[in-house]
Design a protein around this ligand. Structure first.
Ligand code: 8DG
Length: 135
């Protein structure tokens, strides 16, 4: 019998005043180590996607934002091992604080077109063109 076990993940394109987007590098020892990703993470049971993203941004980058500053942009849908990843991507242009790499190996700001040169998770690749058109 076919089964569907969704993994709900939220992520964000933080966009600065120059139209550049923040990516973070996943740390060694984690799944997809060293790949460049949009900040975010799994939605916990009982959490709204927006609350999860506000929480992840505080935990991972030490920045503060609000659900009203998160604009839904697009999504990715991709098999991931036994599960199926549903990644909701938001755009955010307003936050407080300077992002710092609390969990990631490194951070970088770059234009969507520059992302093609980086190693990113397979689910993220279709998102690049969409961000190029959007930003
Ligand atoms: N944050 C993020 N995760 C992504 C992206 N692309 C992608 O395939 N993923 C996958 C990698 C992981 O399987 C999953 C996110 O899980 P995670 O382990 O990073 O989430 P988390 O921060 O809640 O971490 P943890 O508590 O499980 O350690 O989504 C992306 O651009 N950003």
């Amino acid at each position: 019998m076919p089964s569907f076990s969704p993994l709900l993940v939220v992520a964000v394109a933080l966009v600065d005043a120059d139209g550049r987007v923040l990516l973070q590098q996943r740390p060694p020892g984690k799944a997809m180590a060293d790949l460049w990703e949009f900040p975010g993470g799994k939605v916990e049971p009982g959490e709204t996607p927006e609350a999860a993203l506000v929480r992840e941004l505080e935990e991972e980058l030490g920045i503060e934002t609000h659900a009203s500053c998160l604009a839904p942009a697009t999504f990715a849908s991709e098999a991931l091992g036994e599960k199926h990843l549903l990644l909701l991507l938001y755009v955010c242009r307003k936050w407080k604080g300077m992002p710092e790499a609390r969990h990631a190996t490194a951070l970088q700001w770059l234009r969507p077109a520059q992302m093609y040169a980086l190693d990113m998770p397979p689910a993220d690749l279709p998102l690049i063109g969409l961000l190029e058109a959007l930003l």
